[in-house]
Each structure stands twice: as structure tokens, then as C-alpha cells.
Design a protein around this ligand. Structure first.
Ligand code: GSH
Length: 218
């Protein structure tokens, strides 16, 4: 078995896949696409011309898109965790996975893009619209997260793998704040999970990449 993960330690979507790999104790080779590692980003593009990461290469088979990668891991490299349960619980897990990717990550990204673009090329309107939608998504989570430890019951699933990086970085863009205690407490539980902590620590040397500053609270 040879698993290679083309990824960047600071990338939120890469955390989403590192978390289940590390939580299961699945062995893999980390191929860091950072510019300080010459040739790795070019190799990634040979496997996956779209160029987005993470990408998993499993004995030559290329798997892209984080939710699909986690589904592949569950099918072909199962560990102690069930990332996508069967039945109704599984449908809720898949829905929340989409929610965190689309409505949390997707709505914070315009602010990050705006801050990263060269002078005069930003999109302030898009960033502000994104922030409005991000706050609506926070409010929906505050009203709809369950009383259980994790997003769907007491088992850490794909939904929590998506939630951890999304809420970690979104809070830096627009703080969840004390008016959303349920969501704030859920984020804190996620950050304390050992596999999430590993990704947070691995990303620490790259924090200067984040254009909106890295608050010292995490
Ligand atoms: N829908 C994709 C999103 C992947 C994604 O946007 N990755 C970012 C890093 S967090 C990336 O590749 N950025 C570099 C680029 O867009 O060129 C997934 O779930 O895998």
C-alpha cells in the first residue's frame, strides 16, 4: 500500500483529509506543495491538472475532492472510525459536510481573496456579501447544532472533519463571538480533538500566509 497526500499544511481543505488519516492512524507520505519544496506542486499538476489540493494518490490512482477522498479512505483503508455512517445519520453527515464547505468555507473565502489580491484588484462588495452570508450560516448552526458532542451524535464523522478547518479559519475572518455559545463551544471541542490539534500545530509555521492576521487566541 502506498498513499501519497499532496497537500499544504496551512490549507483548510488539506486539514479536512489529514484529520481522518491521522485519527485512523493510516500511514501516508505527506507531499508538501509549499514553494519551499521544489517540484512537488508540478508533480501534483501532472496527477491533477486542476491543481487544487489536497489530492490523494493511492498506488497510482488519483483521488481529488476532499469528501470523495474521505469516502475512498473509508472504502479502501478503513480504520477505527466510521466517517460516513449508513442511513439517516449518514445523510445528515453528508448534508453537514456540504454545509461547512459551501456556507462556511465558501463565504469566508471572498474576504480572504479580497485581502490577498493586488491593490485595485480586490472585490470588496463580494467580500461583504460573503460576510453577511457567513453570519447567516453561523446563526443557522447556532440554532441547529445538536446537544451531542459532535455534529451528528457522539461519533466524530466526515461532518466534523469539514467543520474543524472551516470554523477554525472562519473565526479568524469573522469572530463567532459570545452571542453564539453553542457554535463557539463546538469549535473549541473540535480544536481540542488530537487529530485537529496536529493539523493546527503543523500549520503554525505558515501563519504569516494568512492575510487577515493570525489572532494569538488559537
Ligand atoms: N472542493 C475542493 C476545494 C479544494 C481547494 O479549494 N483547495 C485550495 C486549498 S485550501 C486550493 O487548492 N487552493 C489553491 C488554488 O485554488 O489554486 C475540495 O474539497 O477538495
Amino acid at each position: 500500500m502506498s498513499l501519497q497526500l499532496f497537500a499544504h499544511p496551512f490549507s483548510s481543505y488539506c486539514w479536512k483529509v489529514q484529520i481522518p488519516l491521522d485519527a485512523d492512524g493510516t500511514p501516508y507520505t505527506y507531499r508538501n506543495v509549499d514553494p519551499s519544496e521544489p517540484g512537488v506542486a508540478d508533480e501534483l499538476k501532472r496527477y491533477w491538472p486542476i491543481g487544487k489540493f489536497p489530492v490523494l494518490v493511492d498506488d497510482g490512482q488519483v483521488i481529488a475532492e476532499t469528501s470523495c477522498i474521505i469516502e475512498h479512505l473509508q472504502a479502501h483503508h478503513p480504520g477505527p472510525n466510521i466517517w460516513i455512517p449508513e442511513g439517516e445519520q449518514g445523510r445528515r453527515v453528508r448534508f453537514l459536510d456540504r454545509f461547512f464547505d459551501l456556507h462556511i468555507q465558501g463565504n469566508m473565502q471572498p474576504s480572504v481573496n479580497h485581502a490577498l489580491r493586488p491593490e485595485g484588484c480586490g472585490d470588496l462588495y463580494g467580500a461583504e456579501q460573503g460576510l453577511k452570508a457567513l453570519r447567516t450560516a453561523y446563526d443557522w448552526l447556532e440554532a441547529n447544532l445538536p446537544d451531542s458532542e459532535w455534529a451528528v451524535g457522539d461519533t466524530f464523522t466526515l461532518a466534523d472533519c469539514a467543520a474543524a478547518p472551516a470554523l477554525f479559519y472562519a473565526d479568524w475572518v469573522d469572530e463567532i463571538g459570545t452571542s453564539r455559545p453553542r457554535l463557539k463551544a463546538y469549535r473549541a471541542r473540535l480544536l481540542a480533538h488530537p487529530a485537529v490539534t496536529k493539523s493546527i500545530e503543523g500549520a503554525r509555521p505558515y501563519r504569516a500566509y494568512f492575510p487577515l492576521g493570525a489572532p494569538d487566541r488559537d
